[in-house]
Each structure stands twice: as C-alpha cells, then as structure tokens.
Write a protein that binds this ligand. Structure first.
Ligand SMILES: [Zn+2]
Length: 81
C-alpha cells in the first residue's frame, strides 16, 4: 500500500502514521507548502525525493489531496509558466 496524504483540520500530532502509511498535513497550509511538508516528511522517512513532486518509497508519485478551501476552482499555479 502506498503512502497517502490527508488534510486535517487541526495541527496533526503525528505527521506520519506508519501503520496506515498516512501523512497528515494541516488543511490551512497553502498548496505549495503541502508539497514541501510532504517532501520533508518523506525525506525524514529516508525516501529519496525527486526534484519535483513527492514520491513514495516504491517509486510511485504520492498523490496530494485537492486543496479546495480559499482556492478558486480551475486555477492552476505553475512556476515559470
Ligand atoms: Zn508506494
């Protein structure tokens, strides 16, 4: 089972639950910070991270949850575009 990411309303006490392979990120974080936090946690777990995105220990990309609050639909932020 791959590592998953969930948004939590509160500050998560346990950023990573190894039994459920679940990374918890505060929902209030902006989307770009979610990726940074997820990558940092994965790096703590000694999972090599690519230059962009986040990667599971098996090599599959880690799916980040959709951030819907205070983000307008259909707006995709891309750096350098
Ligand atoms: Zn995996």
């Amino acid at each position: 089972m791959c590592i998953r990411v969930q948004l939590t309303s509160a500050d998560p006490l346990i950023p990573y639950d190894p039994r459920r392979r679940l990374i918890s990120v505060p929902a209030l974080l902006p989307p770009e910070s979610v990726l940074i936090v997820v990558r940092a946690i994965l790096a703590e777990l000694a999972v090599p991270q690519p230059s962009a995105g986040a990667r599971c220990y098996c090599g599959e990309p880690v799916m980040l949850p959709r951030v819907s609050s205070h983000q307008s639909e259909g707006v995709v932020m891309r750096r350098g575009a």
